[in-house]
Design a protein around this ligand. Structure first.
Ligand code: Z5A
Ligand code: MG
Length: 215
């Protein structure tokens, strides 16, 4: 008999504004999947451990650090490109990747800045592995205000967050892999839906080739 080839893992990305619960849901999801014997691995962008990641970390934490906005955008993108071989290796080994922020964060936070063109922002993302599903966590402003306060990083203020949300909405309309999740519910209720969508996605793409981003 011919050996069945390994079914690939799914590339699942979480997006959403600050405090929408991405990190919370990602970590729970990896645990939920492992309990069901589904191979899964957690990744987050920016990946602050690499050489570009250290520059990004400095930029985010130190608001006095001035870097050209275009250069910074390319650095966030390079931080994803640095991880492409690793990501493909996981997926080809049948391991599902649960990713906390990705190219859509890159586009949304950069295009929210003055003098940054959204079309320009999309270009360096082209060719990266395309997520099989983007779970877009939605919470209204009133609900968000009840969650623990903003931290002290560069983008953590209301005006920027509002612009970021507008770009996200545009990306939502333009991309067929987005799915909106109502995140104004208990962590457990959101997790039930997130797990269901993830298992459906894993099943539906396991025999399909991985695509690449093409904005
Ligand atoms: N950035 C960029 O500019 N370009 C790029 O290419 C990329 C990123 C990839 C750092 O990201 C910054 O980098 C980010 C975008 C920019 N700037 N901002 N803003 P980050 O991912 O490191 O950001 P973060 O510090 O982890 O925060 P976050 O991701 O915005 O939060 P979150 O992960 O969505 O939420 P959380 O940590 O899971 O939850 C927040 C709090 O709410 C926490 O106390 C939870 O216990 C609570 N929570 C969570 N869920 C619930 C529910 N359902 N009910 C009640 N309370 C809840
Ligand atoms: Mg987070």
């Amino acid at each position: 008999a011919i050996m069945g080839r390994i079914k690939r893992g799914a590339l699942i990305v979480f997006e959403g504004v600050d405090r929408s619960g991405k990190s919370t849901q990602c970590k729970k999801l990896v645990e939920s999947l492992k309990k069901q014997n589904v191979k899964a691995h957690f990744m987050a962008f920016p990946d602050r451990t690499t050489s570009t990641g250290k520059l990004i970390d400095e930029y985010l934490r130190n608001k006095d650090c001035k870097v050209n906005d275009h250069a910074m955008h390319l650095l966030f993108s390079a931080n994803r490109w640095e991880n492409v071989d690793k990501m493909k290796a996981f997926l080809n080994d049948g391991i599902t990747l649960i990713v906390d922020r990705y190219s859509y964060s890159g586009i949304a936070y950069s295009a929210a800045k003055k003098n940054m063109e959204i079309d320009w922002c999309k270009q360096p993302e082209n060719g990266l592995p395309k997520p099989d599903k983007v779970l877009f966590l939605m919470v209204n402003q009133e609900e968000i205000m009840l969650r623990p306060d903003f931290g002290n990083e560069r983008y953590e203020n209301r005006e920027i967050q509002k612009k970021v949300f507008e770009v996200y909405q545009q990306l939502f309309k333009e991309n067929d892999n987005f799915e909106s999740i109502d995140s104004a519910r208990s962590i457990e209720d959101v997790q039930v839906e997130v797990l269901k969508k993830t298992l459906e996605t894993i099943k539906s793409v396991e025999n399909l080739p991985l695509s690449t981003l093409d904005f």
